[in-house]
Design a protein around this ligand. Structure first.
Ligand SMILES: [Fe+2]
Length: 131
């Protein structure tokens, strides 16, 4: 279980979305079982990446609307972090995902989880007091 209550920000809508994102990271991690056995996970990997891309876009839009509503002072830097994340996901999607799936999934899970935890704890946590 990757979720930890330390990641709660106290804004129910945002916390639920973060939990859903962690769930999607867990779904990605589950693909490793097949990938380690040499089973082709191309379709599942493409599907989970697509879901991740769509859901993060939805989640980022929600957060940005919350920040805009209170004229949050650091919104530009915050939005930039979101943009970089979306770029990274789309660059993953444009890689050749037929080969070295185990390594690619491991790299993806590590990136997603590290990024999300760091972003919640260091960046999202800063707008909470303004909402
Ligand atoms: Fe954020």
């Amino acid at each position: 279980m990757l979720w930890n209550d330390n990641y709660l920000l106290g804004i129910e809508e945002v916390d639920n979305q973060h939990k859903k994102l962690v769930q999607l990271i867990e779904d990605t991690k589950k693909l490793l079982v097949d990938a380690q056995d040499g089973i082709d996970c191309y379709d599942e990997l493409v599907a989970v990446l697509k879901e991740l891309a769509e859901y993060t876009q939805y989640h980022f839009n929600c957060e940005e609307k919350l920040m805009e509503a209170v004229d949050y002072e650091d919104i530009i830097a915050h939005k930039m972090e979101h943009k970089i994340f979306i770029k990274k996901i789309s660059s993953f999607m444009s890689e050749d995902l037929e080969e070295e799936q185990k390594e690619k999934i491991e790299e993806l899970v590590k990136f997603l989880f590290d990024w999300l935890v760091r972003h919640i704890m260091n960046t999202d946590s800063k707008y909470v007091d303004f909402i």
